[in-house]
Design a protein around this ligand. Structure first.
Ligand SMILES: *Cc1c(COP(=O)(O)O)cnc(C)c1O
Length: 384
C-alpha cells in the first residue's frame, strides 16, 4: 500500500511497497512484530484481520505486499526457506498422478525435492532441457500440470525463453513456474512474460547479506494466490517476523546492489575469458553464450553469478577454490560478499550420477560488491 497514487518505479517500490509509516508511532520502518497471538475485541472481533501469526503477521504482510509489487503479481507469500516455498506451491497445484516437467540443470535441492520427496507422494516428473523448446513440448503429457524453469540456471547459467515456455505450458493447461532467484525481480520479471508463479530463495539476492534463510512465492492470479495462502497456513512453513524483516531490509537496496554485482561480474568475466588456465566461461552476458540473445531480451542485465571450467580438470578446480581468500569458500550466493565453490562436490553433490550432474572441473562464483580490483587480484592468485 503506497501513500499516494502516482505510478512508482522499482527502486521506490522496493523501499515503500507494503511499508507505510506505522500508524501508531510514525515509525518509518515496519517494526518486527515478534508476537504469536492478537487480542480480539469480543469473540471473533479481529483487529485488522490478525488472529495468530501462522495465518498472518504484520511484518510478514509488509514483506508479502512488497514482493507482490516488485514481481508485478497479485499475491506475494513469504516462507521459512526457498524449499519450503517450493514444497507448499507443489502441494497446492499438484496431486498424486499429476506430472511436472523440470529442468535438467535445476538447483540441486529442487531436484532432490522432486526425486526423493514428491515421487513418494505420487507425482511424476520428467527432466528436460529448457533451452530447447521442442524438447519441452515433446515432454508434455495429458497429466502435465506444471512446467518448472530456472533462468539463469544454477550452476550452468543456462538461459530459457520464459515467454516461449509459458506458451507451451498454457497449451497443455499447465502452469509455468519460474525460479527467479538468480536474476531477482530487478533484472527480470517473469510474470510480465507469461509466467504464472515466481519462486524465490530470498536467502540469496533478495536478503542479500548472507544473514537469513527465506523463501517466497508470487502468483500472477489472485485466485491461485488465495489457494497458495490457504496452504501456507495449512502447512505452516511461514517466514518468522524477524526473518521477514531482514529480507525486507535487504530488498530496500536490491537495485543498487544488483547494479554493482552485475558490473563487478562483467570485470570478472573479462579476466576469466582471457586466462590461459580457464577453458570455458559460462555467463549469459557473453555474446558467445547460446542464450545471450534471449537473456538480452528478457533481462535488464546479466547478473552476478559466473561459472567457469578449469582446463587442468577436477583437482585443479578444487585447488582454485581452496586458494581463494577474498572469495570465501562456501555454498549459497547473492550476498554482498563474494563466494566461490566447487558445485560437483558442494551444492550439487546430491545430483552426481543423475541427469543433472555438473562437470567436475566447474567452479562457481557469486561476485560480491567489494572493490573490483581486490576481487580480480584474488582470482588471479587463486588461478595460480
Ligand atoms: C538456494 C536456492 C533454492 C533453495 O532455497 P533455500 O532458501 O536454500 O531453501 C532454490 N532455488 C535456487 C535457484 C537457489 O539458489
Amino acid at each position: 500500500m503506497t501513500e499516494h497514487q502516482l505510478p512508482q518505479g522499482f527502486e521506490t517500490l522496493a523501499i515503500h511497497a507494503g511499508q507505510e509509516a506505522d500508524p501508531q508511532t510514525g515509525a518509518v520502518v515496519t517494526p518486527i512484530y515478534q508476537v504469536s497471538t492478537y487480542k480480539q475485541d469480543g469473540v471473533g472481533g479481529l483487529r485488522n484481520g490478525y488472529e495468530y501469526s501462522r495465518s498472518a503477521n504484520p511484518t510478514r504482510t509488509a514483506l508479502e505486499e512488497c514482493l507482490a509489487a516488485l514481481e508485478g503479481g497479485a499475491r506475494g507469500l513469504a516462507f521459512a526457506s526457498g524449499l519450503a516455498a517450493e514444497d507448499t506451491l507443489l502441494r497446492t497445484v499438484l496431486k498424486p498422478g499429476d506430472h511436472i516437467i523440470i529442468p535438467n540443470d535445476a538447483y540441486g535441492g529442487t531436484f532432490r525435492l522432486f526425486a526423493k520427496v514428491l515421487t513418494r507422494w505420487g507425482v511424476e516428473f520428467s527432466v528436460a532441457n529448457m533451452q530447447d523448446l521442442a524438447t519441452v513440448r515433446a515432454a508434455l503429457r495429458p497429466n502435465t500440470r506444471a512446467v518448472w524453469v530456472e533462468t539463469p540456471s544454477n550452476p550452468l547459467l543456462g538461459i530459457a525463453d520464459i515467454a516461449g515456455l509459458a506458451e507451451i505450458a498454457h497449451s497443455s493447461d499447465a502452469l509455468l513456474v519460474v525460479d527467479n532467484t538468480f536474476a531477482s525481480p530487478y533484472l527480470q520479471q517473469p510474470l510480465s512474460l507469461g509466467g504464472d508463479v515466481v519462486v524465490h530463495s530470498t536467502t540469496k539476492y533478495m536478503g542479500g547479506h548472507s544473514d537469513v534463510v527465506g523463501g517466497a512465492l508470487v502468483a500472477a492470479d489472485a485466485g491461485l494466490g488465495e489457494e497458495i495462502a490457504y496452504h501456507q497456513n495449512a502447512m505452516g512453513a511461514v517466514s518468522g517476523p524477524f526473518d521477514a524483516w531482514l529480507v525486507m531490509r535487504g530488498i530496500k537496496t536490491l537495485a543498487v546492489r544488483m547494479d554493482r554485482h552485475c558490473s563487478n561480474a562483467e570485470k570478472v568475466v573479462e579476466l576469466l575469458t582471457a586466462h590461459p588456465k580457464v577453458s570455458e566461461v559460462l555467463y549469459p552476458g557473453l555474446p558467445s553464450h547460446p542464450g545471450h540473445d534471449i537473456a538480452a531480451k528478457q533481462m535488464k542485465a546479466f547478473g552476478g553469478m559466473v561459472s567457469f571450467r578449469v582446463a587442468a580438470g577436477e583437482q585443479a578446480a578444487v585447488e582454485v577454490c581452496n586458494r581463494a581468500k577474498l572469495f570465501t569458500l562456501g555454498e549459497s550466493l547473492g550476498g554482498v560478499e563474494s563466494l566461490i565453490e566447487h558445485p560437483g562436490r558442494m551444492t550439487h553433490a546430491s545430483v552426481v550420477g543423475s541427469a543433472l550432474e555438473v562437470p567436475s572441473d566447474l567452479v562457481r562464483v557469486s561476485v560480491g560488491i567489494e572493490q573490483i580490483d581486490d576481487l580480480l587480484a584474488d582470482l588471479q592468485q587463486a588461478l595460480g
